[in-house]
Design a binder for this molecule. Structure first.
Ligand code: TYD
Length: 210
């Protein structure tokens, strides 16, 4: 039996990690063997690529290089982890996936949405998410949260204008594909968000409209 593939998306500081932990508990209660992963990362090779991508020292990185590195980290993650887990019937939750590339590289870096899909086709294969949750919040709120937590990585150090494009890019993407991408207001209380996500996953599992 094929498993289920869920992705969590949103601007930096949207609170994805907390929601992923909660969703993991819920899916485990439903009897799923749950696997959590993150992008860029999730395998030794992909984590090494992550190190390059997020190192604040590499200010000279070209948008094209960035696009290809994210795609290469993804190719390894899909081939080594996500594909086999889904085929084994597991529930896979990924903290970010190709939508991040579409929004950050395609829209915010202005490389173009089509280019991003083309480059990522070999990386994704047939593993598009069954459902994606977009934790939507104003860019300023997300970055303020991040600043409170830790040192900002290379992407987080981008201009506020860049982060605004990211937040807006996600909204455009979600509007184009409301079947798969479910938008949730990330400024709501954590428990409320968690309940909304669970409701949608419950509906997905029962085969009704989400
Ligand atoms: P992430 O680890 O999710 O950061 P955070 O937990 O702080 O949200 O993602 C790292 C950064 O990489 C984040 O700023 C978004 C960016 N990113 C892209 O630009 N393109 C991509 O394809 C992915 C997966 C992430």
């Amino acid at each position: 039996m094929r498993g289920i593939f869920i992705t969590m998306e949103g601007p930096d500081g949207a609170g994805k990690t907390t929601q992923i932990e909660r969703l993991k508990e819920y899916l485990a209660e439903q009897g799923f063997d749950v696997l959590i992963t993150r992008e860029p990362g999730g395998t030794p090779i992909s984590e090494a690529v992550r190190g390059i991508l997020l190192d604040p020292a590499y200010k000279e990185m070209k948008p094209e290089t960035e696009l290809l590195l994210y795609a290469s980290a993804r190719a390894q993650l899909v081939g080594e982890v996500i594909g086999p887990a889904v085929e084994a019937g597991k529930a896979v939750i990924s903290d970010r996936f190709v939508d991040s590339s579409v929004v950050y590289q395609g829209i915010a870096r202005e490389l173009g949405v089509e280019t991003v899909y083309e480059v990522n086709r070999p990386a994704i294969g047939r593993y598009m998410p069954d459902v994606t949750f977009l934790l939507d919040l104003p860019a300023e709120v997300g970055i303020a949260r991040k600043k409170d937590q830790a040192e900002l990585d290379r992407m987080e150090q981008e201009s506020m204008e860049f982060h605004r494009k990211v937040a807006e890019g996600y909204r455009i993407l979600a509007a184009r594909d409301p079947e798969r991408i479910k938008t949730i207001d990330a400024t709501l209380p954590v428990d409320t968000i968690c309940d909304m996500i669970k409701d949608k996953v419950r509906a997905l599992l029962s085969g009704s409209d989400v």
